[in-house]
Design a protein around this ligand. Sequence first.
Ligand code: FES
Length: 331
Amino acid sequence: MPTPTPPRPERELELTLARKEPLADGVVRLTLTHPRSEPLPSWEPGAHLDVLLSDALVRQYSLCGDPGDRSELNVAVLREKNGRGGSAHVHDVLAEGGTVRVRGPRNHFRLVDSPRYLFIAGGIGITPILPMIAEAARRGADWHLVYGGRTRASMAFADQLVRDHPQRVALRPEDETGLLDLDALLGTPQRDTQVYCCGPAGLLDAVEQRCAGGWPAGALHVERFTPKAQEPAAGPAAGDGAAEAFDVEIASTGQTLTVPPDRSVLEVLEDAGLPVLSSCREGTCGTCETGVLDGIPEHHDSLLTEAERAEGDVMFVCVSRAASKRLVLDL
Ligand code: FES
């Protein structure tokens, strides 16, 4: 059997933490630069960076700076009270002048062309929205942002946003104005408006629910950093919901591997010496995206839109399975 080709390596960069500064209650901004002042990777609004805090601690943070400035990358990180250690590491361990390893940027939250945009941000979910706003303004689009947070002091970039765009930005600190009025915002579907939302899972679920009531398919774009509750899978192999075994074929070698019910495709690939890059391993970060050349994937990720799911040409192998007996993967 031929030796498998290692799948697409992704370049890791060792950057310098040039600045670490408080932005709001519990939020710090990191400014990363190249140690030899080389240009940094290009990116588009909505992109995120993998930050490799240690070998076992990789986190995704949205880029919130200026895509036109290749001299630095900026992320803002909220200290999560009940987090799993990533944000605490950023806040407590990373120090100015130190080295930070990153991968990417990668983008599953792209700004599509539209004459009008409604941006809805909750808390630290403002970070990917910031460069989107700048891009929407650059394109001459009509846009509005509704930005909610616990308190005004906890809302990063709030003052700057209101100062720069007083007519377009509505701040909604919960302790002053209560929860976002989503019925008022989304109750009347708009045919020419794209809705972009990033924030806590509860906000995203509520926005999805409102947009399901008459908004055009594909009008809503969300970015999740925790897995979405999965609905029962549909498809010929979904059966009563219990996972079934299926085969995956590696297109470059013809090697066929069986994925048992209790293992993920990613784990089976790794066991076979085909280490696909991965990070979250829960279908939210997009790192393990893999092309599907044949067969029907059964999607369990929190990334793809309904239209992308229906296309069936990519899958996230950390969580997604097969709705057919066999998949051919573009590896
Ligand atoms: S590893 Fe994050 S989506 Fe698969």
